[in-house]
Design a protein around this ligand. Structure first.
Ligand code: ADP
Ligand code: MG
Length: 465
């Protein structure tokens, strides 16, 4: 197959996987420049630095996975070249990472498969030098987590070990973990710090077993001064990995080493986690991150724009902040789209351009919202709390069920904008005042109950997915 065909196939696959927006905005902006089979290296050409950086930070795993399959290699090295950059000769293509591969079955469904062809155990993820404390904007939504992270750097292994940071996706958990890692390393050279994502830890464990390197694996973790594990919800249901992590945890903890963990939910809510590990996770300080309020969003946008050499005026920053609602990653995505557009079309950044670039996104979001129906919300709520729709519709006033029903009502009102009466009818309530009552109650509770708030954020995300 010639490269252009491979590229077309790749775009098709990615289109299915991540949607047209990513393909249209980012992937169609780049070209597959060269495939060097000897060094297992794919060169991708980006038209400018923004696109290059964005692709580099967000889509390399996607390239590795799907181009790898199309080119029949595992884990090709992906090099994104900027407009003026030339291919450099690569010495070694030995990237020790594996990515679970997906394959399309006859029925068209995508099925997870793990490539058995891994030559060496998975390496850990390098610290991202851009994720630092001074590039992190502190607001009321994250100040506690930020302060705790700072305290850890001041006095590793003493006050807060483990430090557990939880919060919805795209709110800065990974950024903070890397910031801790970077700061620790700068503070004491020679400090043995390791950042690893939980899913890679799982793969690493499996490979260590498979390739008879378990001892080496354990040794690597035992020797650390600080261990940062991201997204521990991925430990869910992985009993043997949990067991192995439990031991590593104990060893590090007993010798007063620093452990920092993150998750998208509160440890107690991670299903399929052994009780003894769960309680360990809560031993130190558990702190959460929320969605940023408007002012923080504006501050983040300005700071991010500045790192790209652009200045945002207040009006533009506020406009973007209003558009990208749910998380910082999206906020950043909107900004990068705007900056890429401006740079591609060689126009100055103006309010009109911002409106133009973002309007496409807004329509998509509206469509998604109007297609949202009560069933989708009820499904997500029932799934989360293990109830059935008939329970929600029942007249039972059992305490937990009542709360779950109120949560469903709250989300229906908040997310669909449908009338109280319609919501009442859907849930078999004659009187819509129960819906008002439920909405008020939950609305008030989320102001103070951080756990409930994060559950609701999680539910909203699940529903919109
Ligand atoms: P999470 O791990 O919680 O899903 P990330 O740490 O990956 O989120 O954050 C997503 C993006 O948003 C990153 O690019 C990160 O730098 C940025 N980000 C999140 N919170 C902040 C913040 N408070 N200040 C600056 N950038 C932030
Ligand atoms: Mg993360």
């Amino acid at each position: 197959m010639v490269l252009s065909e491979i590229w077309q196939d790749f775009l098709k696959i990615v289109h299915e996987e991540v949607g047209s927006r990513v393909v249209e905005t980012w992937l169609k902006a780049v070209t597959l420049a060269e495939w060097d089979p000897e060094h297992k290296t794919v060169y991708v050409k980006a038209p400018n630095a923004f696109v290059k950086e964005w692709i580099q930070n967000n889509y390399v795993p996607l390239f590795q996975l799907h181009l790898g399959r199309l080119l029949h290699v595992v884990d090709p090295r992906i090099i994104i070249l900027g407009a003026t950059e030339q291919k450099q000769v690569v010495k070694s293509a030995s990237f020790g990472s594996i990515i679970p591969a997906q394959r399309t079955t006859n029925t068209g469904a995508v099925e997870k498969v793990n490539y058995p062809v891994v030559k060496q155990p998975i390496s850990h993820v390098k610290l991202n030098p851009a994720y630092r404390f001074d590039t992190f904007v502190v607001g009321p939504n994250n100040s506690l987590a930020y302060a705790a992270a700072h305290a850890v750097v001041e006095d590793p292994g003493k006050l807060y070990s483990p430090l557990f940071i939880y919060g919805g996706s795209g709110l800065g958990k990974t950024h903070l973990l890397h910031a801790i890692g970077n700061a620790l390393q700068e503070k004491e050279s020679g400090m043995n710090v390791l950042y690893q994502t939980a899913d890679r830890f799982v793969n690493e464990f499996i490979n260590a077993i498979r390739f008879n390197k378990f001892h080496k694996f354990q040794q690597k973790y035992r020797d650390l001064d600080a261990l940062l594990i991201d997204d521990v919800q991925f430990f869910s249901g992985k009993e043997q990995t949990q067991e192995s992590f439990f031991h590593i945890f104990n060893i590090l903890h007993d010798s007063h080493k620093q452990i920092v963990l993150s998750s998208d939910i509160f440890p107690r809510q991670i299903e399929g986690l052994a009780e003894r590990l769960r309680s360990r996770l809560e031993w130190g300080l558990v702190t959460d991150i929320h969605k940023p309020p408007l002012e923080t969003k504006i501050a983040i946008l300005k700071k991010k724009a500045a790192t790209h050499g652009e200045t945002l005026d207040d009006k533009i920053a506020e406009y973007i902040a209003h558009y990208a609602e749910s998380n910082v990653r999206e906020l950043e995505g909107s900004l990068i789209r705007i900056l890429a557009y401006v740079s591609l079309t060689k126009q100055p950044l103006s309010f009109e351009i911002v409106q133009k670039v973002l309007s496409g996104k807004q329509t998509q979001k509206k469509e998604k919202e109007s297609a949202l129906d009560f069933n989708a919300i009820a499904d997500a709520v029932c799934q989360h709390y293990s109830y059935r729709l008939v329970d929600l519709r029942s007249t039972s006033r059992a305490k937990e069920l009542s709360l779950v029903r109120q949560i469903a009502m709250y989300l229906m009102k908040k997310m669909t904008g449908k009338s109280l009466r319609e919501i009442g009818t859907f849930l078999g309530r004659k009187d819509h005042s129960t819906v008002i009552h439920a909405f008020d109650k939950i609305h008030k509770s989320v102001q103070t109950d951080t756990r409930l708030r994060s559950t609701l954020e999680h539910l909203e995300e699940t529903i919109l997915r």
